[in-house]
Ligand binder design. Sequence first.
Ligand SMILES: Cc1ncc(COP(=O)(O)O)c(C=O)c1O
Length: 395
Amino acid sequence: MSILRKQFLQYVGQTSPSPMLIEVSRASGVFFYTPEGKRYFDLISGVSVSNVGHSNPSVISAVKSQVDDYMHVMVYGEMVQKPQVEYAKAIVSELPDSLESVYFVNSGSESVEVALKLSKRYTNRRELISFKDAYHGSTQGSLSVMGGDELKSGFRPLLPDVRQLRYNNIEDLKYITERTAGVIVEPIQGEAGVRLPAIGYLQALRDRCTEVGSLLIFDEIQSGFGRCGSLFAALREGVSPDIMCLAKALGGGMPLGAVVSSNEILHSFTNNPVLGHITTFGGHPVCCAAGNAAFKYIKEHDLVSNANKMGELFERMLTGGQHIVDIRRAGLLLAIDLGSSEKLFKIMSLFSDRGILSDWFLFCDTSFRISPPLTISESEVIECVGIIEDCLSAL
Ligand SMILES: Cc1ncc(COP(=O)(O)O)c(C=O)c1O
């Protein structure tokens, strides 16, 4: 084992019992490379972060230019910083009218914390509702609304008054009542293994929340920024939430999270008590500059169409012999289900040998993930499918 790998295990805190230990020396487009020159197809994109491709020149130039001007100046919200204002304006211009203002934070989990706090503060209610197999982050609040039990079992007590419903189950909507402050849902469930909403389900959820006065929160942290074949999944479904959580690709490769909502709802943080959420680095100017450059790139290069085309191509070309039992797909987020975790772990090691980086889903260990940067070209998809098919035939 190289000295750096040994030092990584010795000095860098670990959470995984078996880290991949792939040393990265550089990354470009849909690939990254080890110091020995081995090339990997990146089918994870840092978990739907690198939508505009690694080392995207537009993002690099925006970062360099902002670093030259200024970096951190003051806690969020006290000073007028052009990168924040410009990016917030660009985001809301693509969203329904009720989503008119952006509160920037640092990460996805923090944006979920903010959304949960906002819904309690705005409605003056306590109950929070989420869904089975939902992933919303790893802080205490976001963990409380997580849909799987195993990852949160060691950290109780968590938030009280949280209830999980079955996703896509219309009958369960009756549990959303006048007691419910907010309902948080991934419009397309990611870590459940890419589960799409049934036709009309999100609208029924929207209607129920409106009927009882609960806030509807869409967690678009993984589904946003073109990944699922529209700029945001809310647009694909034509349903407007009261609050939208963003992160991952929002920062164009830099750490950034956000909550988007109406001015009225966000205004709850300015009184009773004031400073409803405080974040030192939220909306860091370098991250906002990077994110805005990436957002422009997605639109100017029509990466949404590319996500749909390349997603379809993967789906069409993958045959997998008798091994593939199901393919679930939204844009360029695919779950390839092998129906068995044994097969899945075996294919992971074949992938690694052949220079493909993929993984499974937190709540679905029978499917592997295909979510490359949205910049992937047709010839790259064809080459990648060839390697995947080879690995499947070696199972
Ligand atoms: C849907 C969803 N919500 C929230 C999060 C948490 O984001 P972060 O890891 O930035 O805290 C994730 C991360 O995977 C996610 O996929």
